[in-house]
Design a protein around this ligand. Structure first.
Ligand SMILES: Cc1cc2nc3c(=O)[nH]c(=O)nc-3n(C[C@H](O)[C@H](O)[C@H](O)COP(=O)(O)OP(=O)(O)OC[C@H]3O[C@@H](n4cnc5c(N)ncnc54)[C@H](O)[C@@H]3O)c2cc1C
Ligand SMILES: Cc1cc2nc3c(=O)[nH]c(=O)nc-3n(C[C@H](O)[C@H](O)[C@H](O)COP(=O)(O)O)c2cc1C
Length: 634
């Protein structure tokens, strides 16, 4: 995206700002675009690009570069900055190669992750080591803050603008906007929408009008599904594939699912009503066919050929579940005809309205359709609706099937996300509930995404697995795959599984399968003896051996039993397996779980391995660095 206050008549040179982002799910890109809009209002030209779309060898010639990046995976840079980052890490780059570049870095992360904001921290450090000049301290946005990363972005941006203004003063007749001042003009919308008549539409590639090029470009495959109950709060979704799954994926991979509630029986009515309302406000008939095109220098995907507006909106926009971002409110303020609504929206979009916006919007998980109901005078033109309304986005699910054991099927194990908001409104996660409600045989848009958890290449490597809730998914895949390896003649080392959930009765996922895997000489016990790792001799004959559950809410006295307690209780076995070269895996939803688990392992190393605390930490850091300790948390 190029942004452009005209500086041809400038009396003194003012730099063009370069805003480079690394973003996986769009938050950092959104922040980068906001920085560019702010920059324009402060009379700077600005170019905004994903880091990998920028010619990195040009960087030494940039005078001012602002970097915005999230951290993904377990402390990894997002996919669209990986090439850029690899280049910056080259040892051959001279120490002063960026001496002429002023820079600032803003990170987006989540302090529940152990490697909090490390991509931004590493980038900041590397830019310093290459001689670049910081114009603001490293800014760190945290998903855990009640108002998200915006809480840190506002003060960071203030520092950046102050520093730049000191270097590049205003010229005669110019002024900077005051805090909270409404933008007088919107940027040029990056989309244009053309309503086409039926004759043109009939020439479209997809004459049925359901799915055009856009759909085929973005969606790799559609698979028929069978939702099944596997515990009260979770469902297993079975996807049938027409080809063998053997070469489709490896254990540890995930399936991405694009929820389209507008096509499901449960969501169809609400989504259609929302799309109709959006079209009514935009003044477009609900039976219109439309083409959405990017404006040439505005960027964005082309959504063509023409297709029914209702189909496109229901297939691309999330109007009934996700909360819109702050920019939505800024744009909505422009299109509000009622003065009171305009004033409220302008306040929401301002820095001082941030907390109230959070209380109205994110905390209540307010959807676009609910917003339209509250703000009756907002008539968003369709191009702007495509620009600022939340997009339907895919969610990942670790595959719980094994390519060797479940031919022509992919399984995922889905926890249903449901909660009550601060004001007691019942909300639910879009994709988990969409999957749970699918009618058997319904088709779903899916594609495979490589995971970070990998079975050791050698079946004789012991494994320790720690998981909570649906975090069991990749390890069910591992267990089935190892069973298949054994059937092919491999000798298995033991696998020790710690599984945590609330109640045995409702939440113990795949309990019967684990009971079979945990039989004497079963897949978990394996064939290769690891001295000191066997279950205690006095363990009850019918009790768990290698599958060790922790039910946190079942104790009659109300005490809590977590996987961390079980790891410590089985510490001698755990250490025996680690000493024998076990690979350790942790998976499940975030919170403090991965951190607590690593603390428990360190405590085991101190107690049973005779290490001091620092040596224990160093031991697991080494395992992490060499791929022997892997975490997948969500
Ligand atoms: C690599 C990877 C593997 C994964 N594997 C699995 C898996 O095997 N099984 C599985 O079930 N999930 C898995 N997930 C998570 C999954 O991708 C989805 O994030 C999850 O299913 C929720 O999606 P949803 O669409 O139902 O909820 P969304 O519509 O995305 O809503 C989730 C959001 O709702 C809000 N929210 C949720 N609960 C509350 C609450 N109590 N209070 C306030 N706000 C709340 C939060 O903002 C949360 O981010 C995985 C994620 C990743 C990244
Ligand atoms: C699968 C996943 C892994 C993540 N890993 C980390 C992490 O290791 N460290 C961190 O600070 N934040 C982590 N986060 C939080 C993201 O950095 C944060 O949500 C950010 O706003 C995402 O920005 P993006 O949409 O631009 O990618 C993770 C988020 C997800 C969904």
């Amino acid at each position: 995206m190029g942004a452009s206050p005209d500086d041809a008549s400038a009396s003194s040179p003012r730099p063009s700002l370069l805003v480079l982002y690394g973003s996986e799910t769009g938050n950092a890109q959104d922040a980068a675009e906001r920085i560019a809009r702010d920059a324009n209002r402060r009379h700077y030209r600005c170019d905004v690009l994903a880091m990998d779309d920028y010619e990195v060898t040009e960087l030494p010639r940039a005078s001012t570069a602002l970097f915005v990046t999230s951290t993904m995976g377990q402390g990894d840079p997002p996919a669209n900055m990986k090439r850029f980052w690899r280049f910056l890490l080259r040892k051959s780059l001279p120490a002063a190669s960026l001496a002429g570049v002023d820079f600032a870095v803003f990170g987006l992360g989540d302090s529940h992750y152990q490697k909090y904001n490390v991509a931004a921290k590493r980038l900041h450090k590397r830019l310093l080591s290459l001689g670049a000049n910081p114009i603001a301290p490293l800014g760190l946005g945290d998903d855990q803050h009640p108002t998200g990363h915006e809480a840190a972005l506002d003060p960071w941006l203030r520092d950046v603008w102050t520093s730049l203004r000191a270097k590049y003063p205003l010229r005669d007749g110019e002024r900077d906007p005051a805090d909270g001042e409404e933008a007088t003009a919107l940027e040029r919308c990056r989309y244009s929408v053309e309503v086409v008549d039926d004759a043109d539409a009939a020439d479209g590639v997809d004459k049925r009008g359901n799915k055009g090029k856009w759909w085929r470009k973005h969606v790799a495959s559609e698979m028929p599904t069978t939702p099944e109950l596997c515990a009260a709060a979770a469902r297993r979704t079975r996807f049938g594939t027409s080809s063998s799954t053997r070469c489709l994926y490896s254990p540890g991979d995930s399936v991405a699912v694009l929820p389209t509630p507008g096509t499901s029986t449960g969501g169809q009515k609400a989504c259609a009503a929302a799309a109709e309302e959006l079209l009514r406000r935009a003044g477009v008939p609900s039976d219109a066919w439309i083409t959405v095109r990017p404006n040439v220098d505005g960027g964005g995907d082309a959504l063509e050929p023409a297709m029914p507006a209702m189909t496109l909106i229901m297939g691309a926009l999330d109007l009934t579940s996700a909360s819109p971002r702050r920019y939505f409110f800024e744009v909505a303020a422009h299109f509000a005809s009622d003065a009171a609504e305009k004033e409220r929206l302008t306040y929401f979009a301002s820095a001082e309205g941030r907390d109230d916006l959070y209380r109205y919007n994110e905390r209540e998980r307010r959807s676009v359709i609910e917003f339209l109901d509250d703000f009756k005078s907002v008539n968003l033109p369709l191009p702007w609706a495509f620009r600022v309304a939340p997009r339907l986005r895919a969610r990942l699910f670790s595959l719980s099937s094994s390519p060797s054991s479940h031919a022509n099927e992919l399984h995922c194990t889905v926890s249903l996300v449901k909660w009550k908001t601060h004001y007691g409104r019942a909300r639910e996660g879009l994709c988990s509930n969409y999957l749970a409600r699918l009618a058997p045989g319904a088709s779903v848009a899916t594609w495979i995404v490589p995971g970070t958890l990998r079975l050791p290449p050698d079946a004789s490597t012991p494994m320790i697995v720690v998981c909570t809730g649906s975090g069991v998914a990749p390890f069910r895949s591992f267990a089935h795959e190892r069973a298949a390896m054994r059937a092919r003649g491999d000798k298995l080392a033991p696998t020790l599984v710690f599984f945590g959930c609330r109640h045995r009765e409702h939440d113990c996922l795949y309990e019967r399968e684990w009971a079979v895997f945990d039989e004497p000489r079963g897949v978990l016990a394996g064939d290769v003896d690891v001295p000191g790792a066997a279950p205690p001799a006095d363990a009850p004959a019918d009790g768990p051996r290698w599958f060790v559950p922790a039910f946190s809410r079942d104790a009659p006295d109300g005490s809590k039993d977590y996987v961390t307690h079980r790891i410590i209780a089985h510490g001698a076995r755990v250490w025996a397996m680690i000493a024998a070269g076990a690979s350790v895996y942790v998976a499940g939803s975030t919170g403090r779980m991965p951190e607590d688990v690593s603390d428990a392992f360190e405590a085991v190393a101190v107690r049973h391995g005779g290490l001091d605390a620092a040596a224990a930490r160093a031991h697991f850091a080494r395992m992490d660095a060499t791929g022997k300790y892997s975490v997948e948390a969500w």
